[in-house]
Ligand binder design. Structure first.
Ligand code: SF4
Ligand code: SF4
Length: 228
């Protein structure tokens, strides 16, 4: 939604407040934009520019869907930054059960759309925790003594966890593939937690992940568009 007209004023935030006060607002919808009315009725793609009466209670959905016409992942970093506050509000009010029901499908869909081998933002910028079973498994795979593995690759962070000494992760190849993929730490196997309740339970983590992980961004956007 790029523009709207309301009896009275209609400009960005002010217009949204007016919409709530006046209950209904007249808005102009551009060709190709998606809108959802009354929270759950339907999403329709507008084929010609038209003016409609928009119930005030759908303003949030309208805002979520703004700019989502076309490729949801286009310019995702910019959109994710702009929508940070919306994500926060959404996570605070979301129904945990409804979210958990949606996650398996959205998680698979996101991994179909995003190629991690073209991204590797996580491996480049953040370290997983190396827990004891991870250290045992990986050092055995590398035919190193555990103490030598720790000395060569790991340090203890401020929370007392073993993490990589330096970034990008030393196991990340130039082709973005993980050289210890089958033995990688459990944190790496689970990341970005888009099929776990972590997405709701650890909201600061989800919000942080949405800034650099397109899969997290995608799942959040889809959850919000579905109103759950
Ligand atoms: S940041 Fe997300 S999309 Fe990118 S490689 Fe990691 S899991 Fe995949
Ligand atoms: S161990 Fe592999 S998957 Fe995990 S951060 Fe390093 S390169 Fe990425």
């Amino acid at each position: 939604m790029r523009e709207g007209k309301c009896p009275g004023k209609w400009t960005d935030r002010t217009s949204l407040r007016d919409a709530i006060r006046l209950k209904r607002c007249k808005v102009t919808v551009e060709k190709g934009e998606k809108m959802r009315l009354n929270g759950s009725v339907s999403i329709w793609l507008v084929s010609i520019p038209k003016t409609i009466w928009l119930p005030a209670d759908s303003y949030r959905d309208k805002k979520y869907l703004a700019g989502m016409a076309g490729d949801i992942l286009h310019n995702w970093e910019k959109k994710s930054k702009e929508r940070h506050k919306l994500y926060k509000q959404y996570l605070q009010r979301a129904s945990k059960n409804k979210v958990l029901n949606q996650l398996p499908e959205l998680h698979t869909e996101a991994f179909d759309k995003v190629d991690c081998l073209k991204c590797a933002n996580c491996c480049r910028n953040y370290s997983p925790r190396f827990k004891t079973p991870d250290i045992k498994r990986i050092s055995k795979h590398l035919q190193l003594r555990e103490s030598d593995f720790i000395e060569k690759y790991l340090k203890v962070d401020e929370e007392g966890d073993f993490v990589v000494k330096s970034l990008p992760c030393p196991f990340l190849g130039s082709d973005n593939a993980c050289s210890i993929y089958d033995q990688r730490p459990s944190d790496c196997q689970r990341f970005p937690y888009t099929d776990e309740d972590v997405i709701i339970k650890r909201q600061p983590l989800t919000l942080k992940n949405s800034t650099f992980c397109p899969i997290t961004y995608y799942v959040l956007e889809k959850l919000m568009a579905a109103g759950q």
